[in-house]
Design a protein around this ligand. Structure first.
Ligand code: ZN
Length: 230
């Protein structure tokens, strides 16, 4: 069904990106049936969940992810299609949907601004967009929170995909930097990305923020998270 749903996005944007069925009024990205069947992470509701505990250990105030990422799962295809097939509106709409789900829980209360995980200049030029920035836009449209481009990736780094977790952690550390530290002092920032795998990338971003602005509070949001272990 994947290729059909993919083709349908180009021809008929009003189709479910999971099953390919037509969407009705009020449905976005996916149909109500696929939405109901989508597994949810709900870390933000469970402070003792191992993922919540792990991020708390790294001084992350709050963490939220929409659904667990499993490579061959039909829902993982939403992320893959957005990133690799050039449909950033999927990420944007999913982020808006997730933000609406999170609003009643108070997840966004006290948060001042959104910082998308930056992408290397050339990689972004090749892809045409940064998926984290698209997610930030989707959340901003619902919450009214401003999106900042204060977090940057100044130097080229080796690709992350062929490295193991500890190599990634070492490689990720110190890669990101903050352009205007004063903008983040005393603020509560929400760092956003599409998928959390080992957590190395987003935690390196959190480190960069706190190094530049020690009084900043950091929370994290991703559309999806793999079931990673320590
Ligand atoms: Zn569907």
């Amino acid at each position: 069904m994947s290729w059909l749903a993919d083709l349908s996005l180009m021809l008929f944007p009003d189709t479910c990106q999971v099953c390919g069925d037509a969407l009705v009024d009020g449905e976005e990205v996916m149909c109500l049936r696929c939405d109901m069947r989508m597994p949810r992470c709900n870390y933000h509701l469970h402070p003792l969940h191992p993922v919540s505990v792990r991020f708390a250990a790294f001084k992350v105030a709050r963490i939220a992810a929409m659904f667990p990422y499993m490579r061959h799962n039909e829902y993982a295809r939403l992320i893959q299609k957005s990133k690799y097939n050039g449909h950033p509106q999927i990420d944007r709409m999913l982020a808006g949907k997730f933000a609406r789900e999170l609003l009643p829980s108070g997840f966004f209360s006290g948060i001042d601004l959104i910082l998308p995980v930056p992408m290397h200049f050339w990689k972004q030029a090749m892809r045409g967009f940064n998926q984290a920035a698209e997610i930030a836009r989707g959340i901003s449209a619902v919450t009214g929170l401003p999106v900042s481009d204060n977090l940057v990736l100044p130097r080229r780094h080796a690709t992350q995909t062929r490295r193991n977790a500890s190599q990634r952690m070492a490689n990720a550390k110190g890669r990101f930097s903050v352009v205007y530290p004063h903008e983040l002092e005393g603020r509560h920032v929400l760092i956003v990305d599409d998928v959390i795998t080992t957590g190395a990338t987003i935690l390196a971003c959190a480190d960069a923020v706190r190094e530049a602005a020690p009084t900043a509070t950091v929370s994290v949001l991703a559309l999806s998270a793999t079931r990673f272990r320590e």
